[in-house]
Design a protein around this ligand. Structure first.
Ligand SMILES: [Fe+2]
Ligand SMILES: [Fe+2]
Length: 305
């Protein structure tokens, strides 16, 4: 993009992401442009979408972006979103994760995350536990925070730091061990992502069968970041499984759009009319992402949530 960034542009981008007459894929692109610009005007318009947008998919992406921007100005809105029973669970989950990504440990943050440990929605309680574990991990040594964005290949702010273990078999064992905490297993997950070999991809893909839907969705997210073809069949299997959690199917669709082989695109075309709104919209966005894959007009930066 060669557009000069000034306040007027930011405002018009902000109005653009709230304009429901525009195609979702265009609003997505503008959302990621606003993320890269940053600042309060951008945050205000993203928060406005979380309040008013009819698409749970778009709202959860907005919450994700606010976490990635790492500006504590967004915290009150994120706490409100996490606590709002009228919001979709996936949006509340993403708000909880974003609070952890911003990483500020105010009394309001701790109180909100702690309160929702008892959420009736397991996706929310698990998210809050991981975020609290992350904040506690940071407390042990504040300089460690850098490790969260320290991977050369991935610039996303992650919900857990990579494990220091680098043996793929040992990491796979941790990844699949349902008795361990999700935080510890997330750490193995991010270590495998950073290793990045086919064996690491295949180990991660085994995690798509674990019992926690939150966990499976995070695995799919990471496989999307890795853009490695070795996982495309497993991702397609979870997308095609109509009994799978919509949050997971959505993440599998976006990962397939990031991998973007012909087979991946064919599966996405098939599910672009799925009955589940979130899956249908994810396939539309993923097809757009796939089409832009080799183009330099726009980059989906460090991946969708
Ligand atoms: Fe998520
Ligand atoms: Fe997502």
């Amino acid at each position: 993009m060669s557009v000069e960034i000034n306040e007027n542009n930011i405002e018009s981008l902000g109005e653009g992401i709230q304009d429901l007459s525009r195609p979702l894929k265009q609003r997505y692109r503008d959302l990621f442009t606003l993320k890269n610009i940053g600042g309060k005007i951008a945050i205000d318009s993203i928060v406005a979408c979380i309040t008013t947008d009819p698409s749970a998919l778009f709202k959860h992406e907005c919450a994700y972006v606010l976490g990635q921007m790492q500006n504590s100005y967004a915290l009150p809105a994120l706490i409100k979103t996490l606590s709002d029973p009228n919001q979709d669970v996936i949006v509340r989950h993403e708000a909880g994760e974003a609070i952890g990504a911003i990483g500020e440990q105010t009394p309001e943050v701790i109180a909100a995350l702690t309160e929702h440990l008892k959420s009736e929605h397991v996706e929310i309680s698990e998210t809050c536990q991981i975020a609290l574990d992350l904040l506690e991990w940071k407390n042990k040594d504040p300089s460690k925070q850098e490790n969260l964005t320290g991977s050369a290949d991935y610039k996303s702010v992650d919900p857990a730091p990579p494990s220091v273990e680098n043996d793929i078999n040992k990491l796979r064992e941790i990844l699949l061990d349902e008795k361990l905490s999700l935080f510890e297993r997330y750490r193995a997950m991010f270590a495998l992502r950073n290793i990045g070999s086919s064996d690491a991809v295949l180990a991660l893909a085994d995690g798509l069968k674990c019992s926690s839907a939150l966990y499976r969705h995070e695995i799919a997210y990471i496989l999307g970041q890795m853009q490695h073809e070795a996982a495309s069949k497993q991702l397609a299997a979870n997308l095609m499984d109509l009994s799978e959690h919509a949050m997971v199917r959505h993440e599998c669709a976006e990962a397939l759009g990031a991998i973007a082989t012909e087979d991946c695109m064919n599966v996405l075309k098939k599910y672009a009319t799925d009955k589940e709104q979130m899956v249908k919209e994810s396939c539309e966005v993923a097809l757009d992402m796939g089409e832009y894959h080799s183009s330099d007009q726009f980059q989906y930066a460090d991946g969708l949530s």
